[in-house]
Write a protein that binds this ligand. Sequence first.
Ligand SMILES: [Zn+2]
Length: 428
Amino acid sequence: MAQGCADVQLAPKPIRLQKEGSSPKPNNSQHLPTHHHQTPSISQTRDPTAHHKTFQPRPPGSGPTPTMTTPHSQPPPPQTHIHLAIICALPLKADAITALFDHHWDSSTYTKSPHDPNTYSTGTIGRHNVVLAHMPGVGKASAATVAAHCRASFPGVRLAVVVGVCGVVPFRPGHGGGGEEEEIVLGDVIVSEGVVPFEFGRLLPGQFVQKTDSVLDVLGRPNAEARALLAKLKGIRGREALRGKMIGYMEVLRGNKGLGAVYPGVAKDKLFEATYCHVGEKISCEDCGCDEGKLVPRARLEQGDAQPEVHFGLIGSGDTVIRSAEDREVLARKTGVMAFEMEGVGVWDSFPCLVIKGACDYADSHKSKGWQRYAAATAAACMKAVLEHWVPSLPGASCSALLPEMFADWHNQSLWRSRSSLPALGVG
Ligand SMILES: [Zn+2]
């Protein structure tokens, strides 16, 4: 969740999903999606009433990837065969994700652990049986509660993906091609190579109230399996494949009018100089008359390149609302983070996790909500593209045999991060 994006609830437009399948009792047989060798296979979104279309191969170059689904006669998998959890805040983000489900299971098939108040959607994305946990609110506390209950109810979950929107650092020196400056524009997606939790206080222009006594003494990174996945995706071929898939899924989401996943336009991607603050009380810079002479030019936008890119790096996570470009730059310089969000650190305590967030604003005083829906869509599209590359070492029920090893690795990371500290990074 972008800092400051959290406090506005956009009224979600209803989305008609394909009808949920029948829900016989789970059994112990192998339950993997029947279509996982078909590429790509994505959910029915343009014609939600036709919930059993047959996959039709398309010739190369025949246009955007169509929305489709395959007949799915198998019953829902046993509860322990669901090995991927998706956690997101706000209905508009969940809408973009469920729109990319390949199949939907009847979630009433599954039981919940005692006192679990969560609401879940279950289904498949590619080869994965997934459970989407709907968060009642935003922030790390809500995320932590949801994740803890989800872990109790779905003990087979091996990886959680936290999906949503974030505020970003617009430039990363030395990370672009040839060691040049890397530009991050709105709608780009950030994939976490690590999560830096922090509670420094509230960051406002000209007023930085620091709470050094509450700085969480941790620095987290994904577990070994997730790091190996990221290493593959960061390569040239991996990036190209990821970007191509992501653009295809964005076509699907754009076709669903209820999602509002349309690119707002280069002219609406405004980055002001870090020292120039929002001039009025209203949210819109246009309404307040912010000086466009203070806008910072970006090469990608001047070239008219509006396609979202994927960036890999550290993400700052906490309840701190960042509305100051100058402090954004200080934090980026001292911690190396390239984005700020509010849920990842909460989930980290329950699951090994990846954070995948769409750039919604620049974490400055000019931020608005205009990019929320598009950024939520690019993050969802990127999530599905990333998951296509994640091959669990043992799928389905057998994966539970690896759980102790997986969680041991995750636990070791927790110990490692507990020995690290933000002050050691120069913060505080
Ligand atoms: Zn402004």
